[in-house]
Write a protein that binds this ligand. Structure first.
Ligand SMILES: [Zn+2]
Length: 141
């Protein structure tokens, strides 16, 4: 998470990573909606796409977790379930998004709980929040 938070401050994008069971980073992603004209190109989805492409699978192996500097939105939370990720760790959440719109209109926790029967996903919220919560008061991404 330290690496992702540093990356967000430097590159001005929400940043995500997929980590395997050995805590090795398999892939990273940042938001590329504007660059790719793809409304689904969120950091988390991009990290999942890269990991699945690398491993040539649509379902990640047991023990893979997603880390993100921001709370995964409903799109990303659903993709997390579909990709078989076993756990999510995120830092910031919409409370610290300044005046920008709140795209996490359904909490990640709610989606993961609703999708439990499809694939259970552990959740750690607000990890290292103090290191990132002031970002959006200084930048608009
Ligand atoms: Zn998203």
């Amino acid at each position: 998470m330290t690496e992702l938070i540093q990356k967000q401050w430097k590159e001005h994008s929400i940043c995500a990573a997929i980590v395997n069971e050995k805590m090795e980073i398999i892939s990273t992603g940042k938001t590329t909606i504007a660059q790719t004209n793809d409304p689904t190109a969120h950091a988390e989805v991009n990290a999942i796409r890269s990991a699945c492409k690398l491993l040539k699978t649509a379902t990640l192996p047991t023990g893979y977790w997603l880390y993100s500097t921001f709370e995964p939105c409903p799109l990303c939370s659903s993709a997390i379930i579909w990709s078989g990720i076993d756990g999510v760790v995120y830092a910031n959440d919409p409370r610290f998004r300044g005046s920008l719109p709140n795209w996490s209109f359904i909490k990640c926790k709610t989606i993961l709980e609703q999708g439990y029967d499809i694939h259970p996903v552990a959740l750690i919220e607000h990890f290292m929040l103090d290191d990132i919560k002031n970002y959006f008061t200084r930048h608009e991404i």
